[in-house]
Design a protein around this ligand. Structure first.
Ligand SMILES: [Ca+2]
Length: 245
């Protein structure tokens, strides 16, 4: 039978599934909101008021090496390193924190409008998500906005962009409340690939009404390793992408 759909065929955006390369322990109480990897250490931000923190974690064991707790009113969100500083967003309080990377001591606070969801960097700009289909670019020194980019898939905006990671010239963004990661062209904003992580955390590793959604992408550029986890997941995974045929 012929399809009489009446619309032009969609440009085929490649889809990827995954292979698990390694499984590591992850703090089951960590409501992961931000994640990156730097010089052998995972940096993680956790959310929820009265439970928020920024921490350094040993990848292999999940051991928390260093931790700074946020004041109770703040809900921690995305993090990124810039030079010798660590920058952290908060969810709805419109205040960000700048820490000393080595000691995780608070150096100062700054303000931005709207919600704060995630951060990453292409090496010259900070890239920020706020839960919409837009990404914001910031000057990393002034933390002032320099531009925005709308992320689209086949011409339609992609909302709920959450945790970000810069991976080999693309922006990876996991889509809130899904098992999917968008691979985004940073120039056009177009989704150039979809990663489907369905089934990554098994049902037996989930606690009903406690274990939450996929969130947290980190990339080890030197070792070409991609890490993903989720909110209150007991595991963190190194994965390899496999193109769906
Ligand atoms: Ca990240």
């Amino acid at each position: 039978m012929l399809c009489a759909c009446g619309t032009s065929p969609q440009a085929s955006v490649p889809e990827y599934t995954y292979q698990v390369v390694h499984t590591y322990p992850h703090d089951r109480l960590a409501f992961t909101e931000g994640l990156f990897y730097q010089d052998g250490v995972l940096y993680e931000s956790t959310g929820i008021e009265e439970q928020s923190s920024v921490r350094k974690v040993r990848l292999e064991t999940g051991e928390v090496l260093q931790k700074h707790d946020l004041p109770g009113a703040f809900f921690g969100e995305g993090i990124i390193r810039w030079k010798d500083r660590l920058i952290q967003l908060t969810y709805k309080t419109q205040i960000g924190f700048v820490y000393d990377l080595a000691g995780l001591q608070e150096l100062r606070r700054f303000q931005y409008p709207g919600e704060g969801w995630a951060l990453t960097t292409d090496g010259s700009r900070i890239i920020m998500s706020d839960g919409t289909s837009q990404l914001r670019f910031w000057d990393p020194e002034t933390l002032q906005e320099t531009g925005r980019l709308t992320v689209t898939d086949d011409g339609r905006p992609v909302p709920n962009l959450n945790e970000l990671e810069w991976v080999k010239g693309e922006i990876y963004a996991n889509i809130w409340q899904t098992d999917r990661i968008a691979r985004i062209d940073p120039k056009s904003g177009k989704v150039v690939g979809w990663i489907d992580l369905t089934g990554l955390l098994s049902d037996s590793d989930r606690i009903p009404r406690f274990t939450d959604v996929l969130n947290g992408i980190a990339y080890d550029a030197a070792g070409d390793r991609l890490f993903v986890t989720g909110k209150r997941w007991p595991k963190l995974f190194e994965i390899r992408l496999v193109k769906k045929s």
